[in-house]
Design a protein around this ligand. Structure first.
Ligand code: FAD
Length: 198
């Protein structure tokens, strides 16, 4: 990170969260001892790293926790404005079932990695599923908390310390980062289902 020509510009996202940056490399020279693998094979290193990034089995656990946290809110605090309506209850049930599906997709990844295989379209299935599910869970949360769901962290009446709007804003970029859902669908279609390129 101290190499001449390398500069980092922080980006603050709409949830006011730091930790995301633009990194510029201008004529940066990398010593040959730091090269990964063979010369001119960098794309294959990057593609394998993307497969690992999309394998992210921790995301299934995160989704499960987020869905269970919504259930816990109903159980713990009671519901200030009466029980959530039937539609939201059914939605929350679907989110919990989907979180289970995410867990099973992760088991497939783990079992492949344990056998020394690199999941490819399987990792794309996992990534697309967990990122789209994280958005559905946060949207269900917003509906569950009704108007109070818009209160941010620090507001005395914010349910669950303002987690609903924070999760909502933080999950929007999930279907872009690590490759958009469209790119994952392309990989599943071509490498998973053997369909021709469009
Ligand atoms: C929160 C966050 C964190 C990130 N972290 C990192 C990081 O740590 N490191 C890093 O290198 N990058 C990071 N990124 C960048 C991220 O990988 C890219 O934003 C992402 O891959 C999309 O590329 P793009 O923004 O250039 O969109 P584009 O590729 O310009 O895509 C624009 C639109 O066109 C669609 N599209 C593009 N190509 C196709 C195609 N062939 N078929 C169908 N549709 C297509 C896309 O789905 C999208 O809707 C991060 C992004 C976000 C939002």
């Amino acid at each position: 990170m101290k190499s001449p020509g390398l500069s980092v510009r922080p980006i603050i996202n709409m949830a006011n969260s730091k930790g995301l940056c633009e990194v510029f490399c201008e004529d940066v020279r990398v010593p040959v001892k730091n090269r990964l693998g063979e010369e001119n094979r960098g794309w294959y290193v990057s593609a394998t790293l993307l497969d690992f990034e999309r394998s992210n089995i921790g995301a299934a656990i995160g989704n499960r926790h987020s869905a269970l946290d919504l259930v816990k809110h109903i159980e713990d605090a009671g519901w200030p404005t009466g029980q959530p309506d039937e539609h939201v209850r059914m939605e929350l049930t679907s989110r919990l079932i989907e979180a289970e599906v995410g867990r099973l997709l992760s088991y497939r990844i783990v079992s492949m990695q344990k056998r020394g295989l690199v999941p490819n379209y399987e990792a794309s299935m996992n990534k697309m599923f967990y990122s789209e599910l994280s958005q559905r869970i946060s949207w269900t949360g917003m509906k569950l908390f009704r108007t109070q769901g818009m209160l941010l962290e620090g507001s005395p009446n914010a349910p669950r310390h303002g987690s609903a709007p924070r999760n909502y804003m933080m999950t929007i970029p999930q279907t872009i980062a690590a490759g958009t859902s469209e790119i994952q669908r392309n990989i599943i279609a071509t490498r998973g289902l053997g369909l021709p390129r469009g």
